[in-house]
Ligand binder design. Structure first.
Ligand code: F6R
Length: 359
């Protein structure tokens, strides 16, 4: 039930610190070792490339996951949309391993890829919030997201749970391969930081509500920009805003704007810039100046490590690899309050269903 909440979406945003704690408790032993199926790790160690297949928000969690797997488990990763990949399957690597990301476990676009993967007798894992779902039953292995039922159509806690569970698996695989990068990644500590960091952001709801009003009232277009990990995050942030507020939004690689899209920036255009990626930070600052010089109304969401005076939202300490777990939360709240201000049906936006069982 919604309890004291007006909407499931806000309840589910607020539940995210607990979801992080639950994932930590369920997947990490007290001594820091991980509880991951040994047979799954044996299969994964044979793989020369991971293919993450998903749709929508889960696809965006896959884009964040790519970086995590590459860094912690030293394996190349392709992230693919089910709706594209199923019909235009590229030439696969010699030993592919498929990971299906799906909150519902019922998404037809992802399932039709799994059907083909099974026909080819290739190994697969489903990461899902619904243990007995179709994708879970039809793939070789399952890892549960443990986010609890997600009722609001706009996915929030499943996205952050997917990133956390990807980190569990990446670290487990890296450790199984004897990699220092994996051993040195203190996931227990990072998930605790994630839980606390999300809490800090949700405690700033009222401020974020005011920012949403300040930046988005009477606006019909908005941009989210960032580099690296923040680019993947920008795509999810823009999707959240579009699907529930109906404001047209684009997520953009910060450096790409100047290759055409910057033509759309005019006085007052809202631009939300993420600065959590260390390698990209200074260049993104340059891109912020470029759009400000053209009149954009810029809101900066920066990690405390890279924050500058005047930044509107500060993200608490967290390893960059999993930083979207915290930095997506301001975007979830901005979308929520923009939708609320427009009088939309926040939990049931127009034209959308919670799980999409047609191709
Ligand atoms: C957006 C959203 C959708 C789903 C997508 C995949 O908020 O909820 O984009 O992420 O339809 O659904 P699952 O994860 O159930 O496969």
């Amino acid at each position: 039930s919604k309890g004291t909440y007006d909407h499931y979406m806000l309840k589910e945003i607020d539940e995210q610190p607990n979801v992080m704690r639950k994932i930590s408790q369920n997947y990490i032993n007290d001594d820091g070792t991980l509880k991951v199926d040994k047979d799954l790790l044996t299969e994964l160690k044979k793989a020369d490339r991971l293919y993450i297949v998903a749709a929508g928000t889960s696809y965006h969690a896959g884009l964040v996951g790519r970086n995590i797997f590459e860094q912690l488990a030293d394996i190349p990763v392709d992230v693919e949309l089910g709706s594209e990949f199923g019909y235009h399957m590229p030439k696969l690597s010699k030993h592919p391993f498929f990971i299906f990301l799906s909150q519902s476990g019922e998404t037809a676009d992802s399932r039709q890829v799994l059907v083909k993967v099974n026909e080819m007798k290739l190994p697969s894992l489903t990461m899902t919030n619904v243990a007995k779902s179709t994708l879970s039953r039809e793939s070789d292995f399952t890892m549960e997201l443990l986010a609890g039922p997600e009722i609001a159509v706009a996915s929030t806690k499943a996205y952050t749970a997917q990133i956390a569970v990807e980190a569990v698996l990446a670290k487990a695989l890296g450790e199984a391969k004897g990699l220092e990068s994996a051993k040195n990644f203190n996931l227990k500590k990072q998930l605790a930081l994630a839980a606390n960091g999300i809490q800090t952001i949700v405690d700033e709801k009222e401020k974020i509500k005011e920012l949403a009003a300040d930046y988005l009232t009477d606006q019909s277009d908005a941009f989210y920009i960032g580099r690296g990990i923040d680019y993947a995050l920008s795509l999810e942030a823009a999707l959240k805003l579009k699907e529930i507020s109906y404001i047209h939004a684009e997520g953009f690689a910060a450096g790409e704007l100047k290759h055409g899209t910057i033509a759309l920036i005019e006085k007052g255009t809202p631009v939300f810039a993420f600065v959590n990626d260390g390698i990209g930070a200074s260049h993104t600052r340059g891109n912020i100046q470029e759009v400000e010089a053209r009149g954009a109304h810029v809101l900066v969401i920066a990690n405390q490590k890279y924050a500058e005076a005047g930044d509107q939202i500060i993200i608490p300490e967290i390893d960059e690899l999993i930083s979207p777990i915290i930095s997506v939360v301001p975007a979830q709240l901005i979308a929520y309050y923009a939708s609320l201000a427009r009088g939309n049906d926040v939990d049931k936006p127009r034209n959308l269903a919670k799980s999409v069982t047609v191709e």
